[in-house]
Design a protein around this ligand. Structure first.
Ligand SMILES: [Zn+2]
Length: 324
């Protein structure tokens, strides 16, 4: 009997450990899926909204309202403190700036509190890191670092209404004046790379030049640009300029027809973003106006030569008539 119980207990433990294994695996999966980039976070918690649940008694860390928080900062003897924080959203055990930073890093990395992260120095600061400063009174979420310049998002930055703000700027020097700690994110926050490339015209004549500008935004600078062209007599894009720093590309089509230029951007983190822009090339024209000032005549075949000769004869005859 005892041996039977032992036998069942063994398989029960085995089943239990298998279930725990599945549960843990599922947890890891959830974290991987919940990973958000900068534009996801900005969409989810829009600039100017209020990270609170005014109008409802229920905490809503996943949302926001249009109503400023009624909480008030009271100046105490030794410490300042808040009253009326009942409508502030709470996440990771905290409200206001700390709770909001916790929520952002949860969306991006799956961690519920930045205090679980290692601390680092301002020299290693990167997008995704969290800074505690202003005499241990404020917390911000770093979205971009460019030398001295630091761009960040926060909530309740004015200590009065739990408003959400993005794209705010400060400097490392300013932060270091009142720094408590820099909490290091497990990886750089991903910022989507957008391709805003453009062309000088969507219609031009054969044998004239079109200018293509490679324009990138977001991602991790700096960018490299690759240019390809699809001509009326090819089925696929041909790379005419391999990845390089040069962001301007000039191209002179020789035959009329429909064209498309493909601009591929690549940032230093390896993200690639491509854009295709179509343009039409028409037959070469005998009259080309340059800068709207000088007019050049190009006689390229017999028809034009005949036409221009006739015009000269007419002019000659008319002038003679006027003179006589
Ligand atoms: Zn509040």
């Amino acid at each position: 009997m005892l041996s039977i119980i032992k036998k069942y207990a063994g398989s029960f433990l085995l089943a239990l450990s298998a279930m725990i294994g599945v549960f843990c695996a599922a947890q890891i999966q959830v974290h991987a899926v919940s990973k958000a980039d900068l534009s996801d976070l900005m969409k989810k918690f829009p600039d100017g909204k209020y990270w609170n649940h005014v109008g409802s008694y229920e905490n809503n860390p996943d949302g926001w309202t249009d109503i400023p928080c009624p909480h008030v900062l009271v100046e105490g003897g030794e410490y300042d403190y808040y009253v009326g924080i009942g409508y502030c959203n709470e996440f990771g055990g905290d409200v206001q700036c700390v709770g909001f930073a916790n929520r952002l890093i949860y969306e991006a990395y799956g961690t519920e509190s930045y205090e679980q992260w290692e601390t680092t120095s301002l020299d290693n600061l990167k997008p995704g890191d969290v800074i505690r400063y202003k005499m241990d009174m404020h917390t911000i979420f770093v979205t971009s670092v460019d030398g001295e310049k630091v761009t960040y998002s926060d909530c309740n930055g004015n200590f009065s209404d739990c408003q959400i703000k993005w794209n705010q700027n400060t400097t490392k020097t300013e932060i270091s004046d009142s720094l408590t700690a820099v909490y290091s994110a497990p990886s750089t926050l991903s910022v989507p790379l957008d391709n805003h490339s453009a062309v000088s015209t969507d219609k031009l004549r054969a044998n004239s030049e079109i200018t293509v500008w490679g324009i990138g935004e977001g991602g991790t600078e700096k960018y490299v640009y690759q240019f390809s062209v699809l001509t009326p007599d090819t089925d696929d894009y041909t790379i005419l300029k391999e990845y390089a720093d040069e962001s301007v590309f000039r191209y002179t089509p020789t035959v009329a027809g429909k064209y498309s230029v493909k601009i591929q951007l690549r940032d230093s983190s390896g993200q690639v973003s491509l854009k295709k822009i179509g343009f039409t090339v028409t037959e070469d024209d005998p009259v080309t106006v340059i800068n709207g000032q000088k007019i050049y005549f190009a006689f390229q075949d017999f028809r034009y030569q005949l036409y221009s000769t006739l015009m000269l004869v007419v002019l000659f005859l008319t002038s003679r008539k006027i003179l006589s």
